[in-house]
Design a protein around this ligand. Sequence first.
Ligand code: NAP
Length: 255
Amino acid sequence: MQKILVTGATGRTGSLVLTKLRQHSDQFISFGFARNEAKVKDIFGTTKGFYLGDITDPETLKPALKDCDALIILTSAVPIIKNLPKEGEKPTFDFAEGGMPEEVDFLGQKYQIDLAKEAGVKHIILVGSMGGTNENHFLNSIGNGNILIWKRKAEQYLIDSGINYTIIRAGGLLDKTGGIRELLVGKHDNFLINPPNGLPTSIPRNDVAEVVLQALIADNAKNKAFDLISKPEDDSTAIITKDFKALFAQTTSGL
Ligand code: NAP
């Protein structure tokens, strides 16, 4: 039985991943890691199976990683809306103190990777975002956080750590039903630069969660980094993805 830790488990994708893993309790003993006890209770009804802490505080992470076989990183800096925009205005965003992308998406991920290595964790799955090859991507301007730049640095840090890695760079996340679309993998932001047949570059969070689960199971998901989108559910050319080994066979190593 493998022990799996999901950080960012109160997040919109992290909570789906943890729920999915718990549906496979014959294969995995799954734990969540979160900083907000009330949110854990709200989503899961109990704090049972949770470690409470902050990824920027290594002392709280250490016990969670003890005897852990795989770590799933779903933490991310969370932008806070600064103003209520008037008509025709765009909202502006900020990050909480201590919650800048450099602190969460780079240092926070680095702490997790370093401590996981120390604890003998054998596989780390990191969920991030497409767009990191473009320094001028608009997401980098949010709260002057350069979020995609820091996320990409953390990806490189993970690759260099020597631990088996799976880096999943999702397209725009949708809160829609999973398991009813064809999933597409790519690299180097090619979907953003040149969308295949003008497809929207998005994917349901539920499908990302399934790819995370399958990446724990399939050996050929190890030491791979890839972009991930889905065809729209009404796409007449779509063949619903069911064979995840075949999907991972299309992915490659390195950033
Ligand atoms: P999310 O809901 O924003 O969740 C982020 C999680 O990180 C939350 O659980 C948050 O805790 C946790 N967190 C942040 N700082 C922390 C800290 N210091 N210690 C412990 N936990 C901390 O994430 P999501 O929208 O599901 O996105 C998942 C990933 O996909 C992210 O990397 C995101 O950038 C990426 N992505 C997003 C989009 C999109 O369209 N939004 C597109 C592509 C990729 P709290 O619950 O306490 O706040």
